[in-house]
Design a binder for this molecule. Sequence first.
Ligand SMILES: NC(=O)c1ccc[n+]([C@@H]2O[C@H](COP(=O)([O-])OP(=O)(O)OC[C@H]3O[C@@H](n4cnc5c(N)ncnc54)[C@H](O)[C@@H]3O)[C@@H](O)[C@H]2O)c1
Ligand SMILES: CCCCCCCCCCCCC/C=C/C=O
Length: 511
Amino acid sequence: MPIEQLPLVALQARKAFQTGRSKPIDFRVQQLKNLQRFITEKQKDITDALKKDLHKSENGTLLYELLGLEGEINMAIANLSVWMAPRPVAKNLLTISDEVYIQPEPLGVVLIIGAWNYPITVTLQPLVGAIAAGNAVVVKPSEVSCHTAKVLELLPLYLDPEMYPVVTGGVPETQELLKQRFDHIFYTGNSTVGKLVMEAAARHLTPVTLELGGKNPCYIDKDCDLEIACRRITWGKYINCGQTCISPDYILCEPSIQDKVVEEIRKSIKEFYTDDPKTFIDYGRIINQRHFKRIIALFEGSTVAIAGENDESQCYIAPTVLRDVTPESKVMQEEIFGPVLPIVPIKGVNEAIQFINEREKPLALYVFSSSNKVIKQMISETSSGALLANDCLIHYTISDLPFGGVGNSGMGCYHGKSTFDQLSHLRSCLIKRLGMEQLNGMRYPPHTAEKLRLARLLLLKQVSLGRVRHLVQAATLIMLAAFVVQVSTPHSQYFLLGSSKTGKLLHSSYK
Ligand SMILES: NC(=O)c1ccc[n+]([C@@H]2O[C@H](COP(=O)([O-])OP(=O)(O)OC[C@H]3O[C@@H](n4cnc5c(N)ncnc54)[C@H](O)[C@@H]3O)[C@@H](O)[C@H]2O)c1
Ligand SMILES: CCCCCCCCCCCCC/C=C/C=O
């Protein structure tokens, strides 16, 4: 699509949104079903494309890209009526008879900018929540995973094409899109571009979700089953050839266990990828030669513990482990995003915590230990998007866990209901009747000390009602509140509706 047409695409999406047709639940559910149909009918195209882009195996794509997406679509369809419904909140005594609730409403037009490493998942999972929330969406897949981007261009054949246009292209196209006005921008990618996205969004005061990356530390405690720990770490590190935002970036452990850690990782690499990962179906490739060169340059000069022959022509980097790595080495200065795992020796959990806290807050932090005390210490003394003890990556599969970073690893979160909430405006609503004016006596001037005392009583008391079955209780409280107001204005009349028991109670206390 010519770049000059991009402003029109955004405008067309806005016009589609303004028709209001994306709001009814039936429309949203139908679009989500259409999205599922796209995934089912285009499954072969998707797996072929990912084979070309990243050497992902067919089953690998089904497991890591499509299964989770299907789960998110099913969850959204099953829960949409509840997510969309008004959410009653606790009230104070002053507003006890009012209808008070949160009404989720669509934000408007959302721009989703995807990354290349899991190009289906990171582009379409936000789309699920955006559709569920009733928004129009401009979808911009990563140009780097170009074969997958071509398949994603087919989305408008399944979805409402004006409401959900797909824009393919590179940096100039993304920059042109970023000049347009959106109501939310959902960006997945590196932190440097994340800052540019936020800058562009600021010009329109557009809120952003930034799903970024960084270096994820992995602390292995001495007190730990190293065989199991290293097996799980090897899985988390080398799937998708290390190009996973939540893969362990480096290991921190005491020097005394370093040899054993290396040997256990060696065993697991062989178990998962055979002696010859290059010819093995489930071992991936680096996305392109630029990244291949970047990764190779990162570990030049480091002490290699496990390696193999790398091949630039195929963008193949063998599973690599580096030992005795110093914090100053090049490989420790940026996110590796490749199959290279440095081990940095440290003296124990306290030093590990200090090391982590001296750096940017990671997207994921991993701790392997048999000691609950060590795990709890890591949780209470560090910060990260997520913390997992004795496993890697698996939090990604739990839709009820908000997925996202903190600080340099991002802002905002998604998955399941979190995506719906992230891409909705949670509008506060209060509906008061025009009657019962006595109740408002204490808010109107003059602000006497007596009124202040009563205001304290009525405002500071939170009441969690919101359900019809509490109506009787509510009526009693209203009476009580009305009574209190009458006390504050003793010369005006008051009336009481309620049980005789309540009446006697109030009457005696009034006397
Ligand atoms: N937190 C997460 O969920 C998550 C998921 C996947 C990847 N990541 C992170 O993403 C990074 C890898 O992705 P990447 O950044 O290489 O992906 P990328 O190169 O595909 O870039 C992402 C998007 O930004 C756009 N873009 C690139 N340069 C731009 C510029 N100068 N101006 C405007 N737009 C621009 C691209 O068109 C693309 O759509 C890693 O840091 C990884 O950790 C994070
Ligand atoms: C029965 C085994 C299920 C295993 C599924 C594990 C899923 C791991 C998640 C991989 C991450 C996919 C998205 C990545 C985003 C960041 O790059």
